[in-house]
Every structure is written in structure tokens, then in C-alpha cells.
Design a protein around this ligand. Structure first.
Ligand code: IPM
Ligand code: MG
Length: 369
């Protein structure tokens, strides 16, 4: 009987609410598949700072070190609340980036996915959406501007300045390129390489290494596209994309745009993979404005569970079942107030009821060994 240890980092804002629903799904998956999940909640983010004095406490590091996989809720506070925490202890800089660095989770998978039945969620016109949206954004997650050297100071003339560096070496680029090409091989064998080589030297090296790696994948058609143009085409013709690969900062921005064309960041789960450890998280923030109201949709959190089942535990079919169970709840006409536009005629249910319906739908699905 398989036994997996999972660290649960509830996070801030709506994190604990949507985590609860993800746990219900994990428990059912364990029961249905006759496996055990050892679930360990551990503090992380601003809540951890207020509880224990650090946003990524040592005890949490230990739980994560020992886990087979990590499920992380969103972190962060409103701009005003953030100011109560010293800059380096704020959860993004003090917890999230150190988590990524600790486990070298360089490959961030961000599916931008709307099946045809849910196409109405998108703000894009029907003729643009066609049969829905199905893009996999692959974002390099531990390099670039996020992790480059930083300097702030004042010049001799008394002018304040800041300097941040965008650094990559060829090994970092090669490892994400390989992930991207392998992903393209499993999908439509088309890879959009997103860059800004008309301005940035980092993109020149990036493209060189992409081309070198591409020689090992003659079946994959590579389209090189400038990041600004890619932003336009995501709105005008998302159907032209399948797998997209890009550096860290570009990926942060374009993946949020991905959430935009789906209709909500609430529909964006993600997987962050390193060679020895993986963690899974919604791509969005902690939505402090709706926290505690039981109205946040748990899709991104439960979707992150689905990605964990596939990518950490090799449970491909059960992962598909979880996706399908979530989508069936929408297809049955239910949604949560954070997602649906008023007057759209759907049955509004709360976070918990949405999670319960996902669980009921999953329970009805056959288990295929
Ligand atoms: C994301 C988030 C983070 C990032 C923030 C919270 C630091 O926006 O995962 O996309 O910029 O990477
Ligand atoms: Mg982001």
C-alpha cells in the first residue's frame, strides 16, 4: 500500500478556506485508491510571521524537507497590512522565494485551460475562443530578475538609485528547455519560445540554448515570438498556442494574462518542479478582500491537487478524474460568487458546497487501475 507524506501550507487570506476543500479531495482519493496520505499542516506566509516570527519557520522547512510533495495555499496581505511586516520578512520575499530556491523548483507548469463547456467564463468573444483554451505555460522559476543581485543606494550627487540584475547561465536555460521540449512532445509538438532578444542579451543566450536543445527534438516545431507580441496574441488568438516557455518575469506576467483570458485567476492551479522536490500552488494571490467569506472558488487549489497526483504520484487517471469532477460542477450550473458575473443565471454556492460537490462527483467516477 502506497504511503505519501504531504506538507500542507495553508497560507494567508483565502488560503485556509480553499485548502480545506483540497484536503477533502485528497482524503477521498486516498480512500478510493487504498493508499494513505499523511497530511501535515504547517505555518507559512504572513500568518506564520505573526504566529512564529518568521514567514518560513524552521519547523516548516523540516516538514517540507520530509514531505514527498508540498501543497501550498496563496500567501500575502493587502498593501496596507504588508507594511506591518519588515520588507525582508514579507511573505513573498521571506517565504515564497526561499521555498522556490530551497527546492530548486525551476520548472513551473501553469495550465491555461478552459474546456469547451466552460468557454462562457472567458471575457473573449465566442469566435475567438472556439473550442475553449488549452495552453501550458512553462515558466522558469528560480532565475532571472527575481533572484539576481540587487543593490540600492544613493549616488555622490544624492540621487537614489536601484539596480537589479537579470542573470541566467546556459545550464539553467538548458534544464527548462528540456522540460519544455519534453512537454511539447507529449502534446501537439509545437513550442512557442517567448523572448525579447531584440533588446535583452539574456534572451539572446536563452534563444541560442533553446536552438541547441531543439536539435535533439526534430519533431517539435519551434516558434520564436517576442514577449510583447505574445501578450497580444494571447488575447487575439489564444488557439495558436499550445506549449509556451519563458523566463521567470515574463512567465509571471503572461500567466496572469492567461488567468485573464480564462475569466479568473481563480482557475489557475500550478505545479513547481525541481529534480528532487515538487510543490503545488494556485497561481493567484491570497485575495484578502474576500477572505473569511466562504465565497472563494477552490478550483485552483483542487486543480493543484490534480497536478500533484499526476506529477508527483504518477496517478494519471485519478488526476484526470479530479479535473473532470471539478468541471462537472460548473457544467451542472454551479459556481461561487467570486467567479460568476451577476445575472449569469448560475446557482451560486459557497466554497464548502463547491468542494462537497466536487467530492460527490469524484465519488461516482469509476476507478481504473
Ligand atoms: C506568482 C506570484 C509570485 C511571483 C509572487 C507572490 C511573489 O505572483 O507565483 O505568480 O511573482 O512569482
Ligand atoms: Mg504572479
Amino acid at each position: 500500500m502506497s504511503h505519501y507524506k504531504i506538507a500542507l501550507l495553508d497560507g494567508d487570506g483565502i488560503g485556509p478556506e480553499i485548502m480545506k476543500e483540497a484536503v477533502k479531495v485528497l482524503n477521498l482519493v486516498a480512500e478510493r485508491n487504498n493508499i494513505t496520505f499523511d497530511l501535515n499542516h504547517t505555518p507559512f506566509g504572513a500568518s506564520a510571521y505573526f504566529e512564529c516570527g518568521h514567514p518560513f519557520p524552521d519547523a516548516t522547512k523540516q516538514v517540507c524537507d520530509e514531505a514527498d510533495a508540498i501543497l501550498k495555499g496563496p500567501i500575502g496581505l493587502s498593501h496596507e497590512e504588508s507594511q506591518k511586516i519588515p520588507v525582508d520578512m514579507q511573505p513573498e520575499r521571506g517565504a515564497l522565494l526561499p521555498l522556490r530556491r530551497r527546492y530548486n523548483t525551476y520548472a513551473n507548469f501553469r495550465p491555461v485551460f478552459l474546456p469547451p463547456g466552460l468557454a462562457h467564463f472567458s471575457p473573449l468573444k465566442k469566435e475567438i475562443i472556439g473550442d475553449g483554451i488549452d495552453i501550458m505555460i512553462i515558466r522558469e522559476l528560480v532565475g532571472g530578475l527575481y533572484f539576481g543581485e540587487k543593490e540600492t543606494g544613493t549616488t555622490a550627487e544624492g540621487v537614489r538609485y536601484v539596480k537589479e540584475t537579470l542573470e541566467y547561465d546556459e545550464n539553467q536555460i538548458r534544464q527548462i528547455a528540456i522540460v519544455a521540449f519534453n512537454t511539447a512532445m507529449k502534446r501537439k509538438k509545437v513550442l512557442h519560445n517567448i523572448h525579447k532578444s531584440n533588446v535583452l542579451k539574456s534572451s539572446v543566450l536563452w534563444n541560442e540554448v533553446m536552438t541547441e536543445v531543439g536539435k535533439d527534438y526534430p519533431d517539435v516545431k519551434v516558434e520564436n515570438i517576442l514577449v510583447d507580441a505574445a501578450a497580444t496574441y494571447l488575447c487575439l488568438n489564444p488557439g495558436r498556442f499550445d506549449v509556451m516557455v519563458m523566463e521567470n518575469m515574463f512567465g509571471d506576467i503572461l500567466s496572469d494574462q492567461g488567468g485573464g483570458i480564462l475569466g479568473s485567476l481563480g482557475l489557475m492551479p500550478s505545479a513547481c518542479l525541481g529534480d528532487n522536490k515538487a510543490y503545488y500552488e494556485p497561481s493567484h494571490g491570497s485575495a484578502p478582500d474576500i477572505a473569511g467569506k466562504n465565497i472563494a472558488n477552490p478550483y485552483s487549489m483542487i486543480g493543484s491537487v490534480a497536478m500533484m497526483l499526476e506529477m508527483s504520484f504518477g496517478m494519471d487517471q485519478e488526476s484526470k478524474n479530479v479535473w473532470q469532477a471539478m468541471q462537472s460542477v460548473f457544467a451542472d450550473g454551479y459556481s461561487t460568487p467570486d467567479l460568476s458575473r451577476p445575472g449569469s443565471g448560475v446557482n451560486m454556492i459557497d466554497t464548502q458546497a463547491f468542494g462537497d460537490r466536487v467530492v460527490e462527483a469524484l465519488r461516482k467516477m469509476p476507478i481504473v487501475a
